[in-house]
Design a binder for this molecule. Sequence first.
Ligand code: EPU
Length: 423
Amino acid sequence: MENGKFVIQGLEGQKVLEGKISVRGAKNAALKAFAASILFDDGIQIDNVPFIKDIESVSNLLKHLGVHVNQISERSFKLKSSGGINTDLADDIAKSLRASIVLSGPILAKEGKVSFSHPGGCVIGERPIDIFLESFEKMGANTRKDGEKYIVSAAKLHGAEIIFKIPSVTATETLMMTGVLTPGTTILHNAACEPEIVALADFLNAGGAEINGAGTHNVVIKGVDSLRSRKPFLTPSDRIEAGSLAILAAVCGKDIDIIDCQPEHLKVLLRALVSAGANIQETGKSIRIKSSPSLRSLDIKTHEYPGIPTDLQSPLAVLMTQATGKSFIFETIFEGRLNYLNELIRMGADITICDPHRAIISGPTSLRGREMESPDLRAGLAFIIAALIAKGESIIHNIYNIDRGYENIEERLRLINADIKRV
Ligand code: EPU
């Protein structure tokens, strides 16, 4: 699908970008708050919403279900589900984003049934949904497949003790939202701990839910009769956007101040950047990175929070092409998330892809500008960073995949003097 392209003039490895860049609200927090609207008896308000394609998609998905979605200002939405909503997720939209699966929990809890096709989203591995289906069954639901559709129904759900085989982010959020309105106590063992889960739990608790332990591996949810919204959901700043900008600053920044972010959500990444030689100053809400003479190789292993996020693996790979020595990547979360490295190789990087999870990158190498396709959201941003340090012009096609998660990235990068145009 051709949907616009970025044309970027490379800096030939010079560290010249400078200025302030502000971080937007987190996609993966806002999307879950949109899903939570289904649980509330009255309307909810969501603030600091990023202006990105995935928010448009989830809004359309909710509208199809019968939820009223109103944008009340540039970054604030009001959503109201008046009960008796449609229980079938529209295929064409649900297949475009993984977060659509998160709606299944609230719909099931409210309406006793839900049907949906396999959720889409970035093509970064198999992305099964067995944890969701098994957990719904544990809570008393029947699940079956009819053609492409999963059909989940329950005469009466009940609390259950659920042990996740893997700490899945969206499964933790979905089951937390299912448990909130389900009689009895639901316990999630081996739950994921990402900050977006804590933000969602805090919001639900402010509306009357009884969730304990969000942000740890054991989450306990006592079912309540109803939720009523008491205060808006304030979307936290996007730690993946902040981390990606920090990596960009380390490779091509002279003096870049990343503001409106929460460095405490990026401790392990920032530690890695410091060990690579980046010159970093943190305050409570900003990360300032000044150019350092050279970067050293890194050895990273992606991990659930608080480890190095898999979503930052591709920008880190670009940094490794500029670092002296042999760097190692071990991608532990997804099995299809190294394919973009072939494009960096075509730009001149020295990379050995050992297997679907591991790669060795030797540097420093100078990269050549190229014409390329953004394969997924995070690799798309990595290509922007690669294009910025390369020699010559690069063209990145399929930027829909970047707009899904980064708000007007080209306008914001121009503020720090990057030469990037949307055509
Ligand atoms: N998994 C299963 N069965 C399931 C669910 C997950 O085996 O039923 C496996 C996955 O295949 C993977 C592991 O569990 O190997 C962890 O995946 P997880 O479920 O945590 O990923 P997710 O919830 O689908 C969210 C983010 C991703 C982010 C991952 C990991 C959203 C909408 N997506 O995905 O974000 O990479 O957590 O942190 O919250 C992105 O924003 O670009 C993105 C891909």
